[in-house]
Ligand binder design. Structure first.
Ligand code: PMP
Length: 421
């Protein structure tokens, strides 16, 4: 039992042991949570969070051990890049640390404006609005753009932050299409289009983070055009990974000016933190007036903003890191498939090693850690029941020798647990 869970039940237990004072009526009020936590553990669905004593990089120091990092979204190795660290320090010397308050009240730092301009140029769009994270970008943008009298048409496997954004746009009608299935999307568009909505918004992830497949944005754009729908893509795992020099999914499909809205995060390939919406001018202007995380939550901090700016510099300067990421991914995935591992349908450096059973995935992850490899088990509700996996995140920071260390550990544990022959 965790410390928090133990202290939550402590009063009831103490009162019983003493036998004198009756237990307060509130004593058992958190028991339902304690029971739910126990239930998660019994089903192998409880997530243990490791504590790191080093920066995010190809190798980590965890619990006194040096382990290979197969878990982070630090695709380009920028999370501990000295240039980003230096840029953050210099910006703090000038602007301090915190933004003071929300931008509409306390004013906006010049570096926030610079970041928005640089991101717009990088993405090839009219403008961008920077928010605190990719999560808040989705949760803020969707309810600002659609509401009563509108329709949202969403891929069944969209990210949780899209799902929450859709929930927050509660009065808009919702339609869900089967994952990446264009006949299903068209059915939903047909069903919606007769109803006289003010706006119809199609939303999809660009790269699906659990399987690594890419949404067919070209076909989605065609259907959207036919039915007059607005298009929105969450490019969290496409940014810095696909498209020319990592310009993302819209660039990958050559759909500049066609796809209406791109949501990005700077917590993955950019190596920092922060989210943004890149779009046509009226959309960004409207979000500056109405996106609630922009209006009611303080801005990105100074070091985050400066480090993000440096990440844009690095991406614009050369494609070297993106190229290395793809070389590493091809190397790892080819070797793993040859060895008999199931990597599903990935088209990107996301490399899910699908194991199926939740308990098996947990055991696999534990054994990998003992072998010096940090690969977290991902299970329900993040992926469907029976599709548990170790999701290996390949990075440009890995060397070929690093990847070999990881592969050797997978082979050893895979044979031991009967996953491969
Ligand atoms: N969208 C997708 C598809 C993601 O995978 C994530 C991160 N897990 C987010 C949005 C949220 O990004 P952030 O970490 O910047 O909040």
């Amino acid at each position: 039992m965790s410390d928090a869970a133990a202290s939550a039940v402590a009063p009831a237990t103490a009162a019983k042991a003493g036998g004198s004072a009756p237990a307060p009526a509130s004593a058992g009020k958190l028991d339902y949570l304690v029971n739910q936590l126990e239930d998660l553990k019994a089903k192998g669905l409880y997530t243990n969070i490791r504590t790191l004593d080093s920066a995010q990089g190809a190798w980590l120091e965890i619990e006194g051990r040096r382990v290979l990092n197969f878990c982070s979204n630090n695709y380009l190795g920028l999370a501990n890049d000295p240039e980003l660290v230096q840029a953050a320090k210099e910006a703090m010397d000038r602007y301090g640390v915190g933004p003071g308050a929300v931008r509409t009240i306390a004013g906006t730092l010049r570096i926030h404006k610079e970041l928005e301009r640089r991101l717009a140029d990088f993405k090839g769009v009219d403008d961008t609005i920077v928010l605190q994270s990719g999560f808040t970008a989705n949760a803020g943008a969707i309810p600002a753009l659609v509401g009563p009298g509108d329709a949202i048409i969403s891929d069944a496997l969209n990210h949780a932050s899209i799902i929450d954004g859709v929930r927050l746009a509660g009065k808009a009608d919702r339609y869900v299409y089967e994952h990446c299935a264009m006949d299903s999307l068209e059915e939903q568009l047909k069903a919606a289009s007769g109803k006289g909505y003010r706006a119809m918004l199609i939303i999809t992830d660009g790269v699906f983070s659990m399987d690594g497949d890419i949404a067919p944005l070209d076909k989605i754009a065609e259907l959207a055009e036919r039915y007059g729908a607005i298009t929105m893509v969450d490019d969290a795992h496409g940014e810095g990974v696909i498209g020319r020099g990592g310009r993302g999914a819209v660039d990958h499909f050559g759909l500049h000016g066609v796809f209406d809205i791109e949501v990005g995060t700077m917590s993955k390939a950019f190596g920092v933190m922060g989210g943004y919406v890149a779009a046509k001018q009226p959309i960004v202007d409207w979000l500056r007036q109405r996106a609630r995380p922009f209006l009611f939550s303080s801005a990105l901090t100074v070091p985050d903003t400066a480090a993000c700016l440096k990440a844009v510099d690095i991406l614009e300067r050369s494609t070297e890191r993106v190229d290395r990421l793809w070389d590493n991914a091809a190397y790892f995935q080819d070797r793993m498939r040859d060895l008999g591992f199931d990597l599903g349908v990935t088209q990107t450096p996301i490399s899910p090693v699908i194991l199926g059973d939740e308990q098996l995935a947990q055991a696999f992850s534990r054994r990998l850690f003992e072998e010096g490899v940090f690969g977290t088990a991902i299970a329900f509700p993040t992926v469907p029941l029976g599709r548990a996996r170790i999701r290996v995140m390949i990075s440009a920071a890995h060397s070929e020798a690093d990847l070999e260390v990881g592969i050797a550990a997978f082979v050893k544990v895979g044979r031991e647990l009967g996953v491969i022959g």
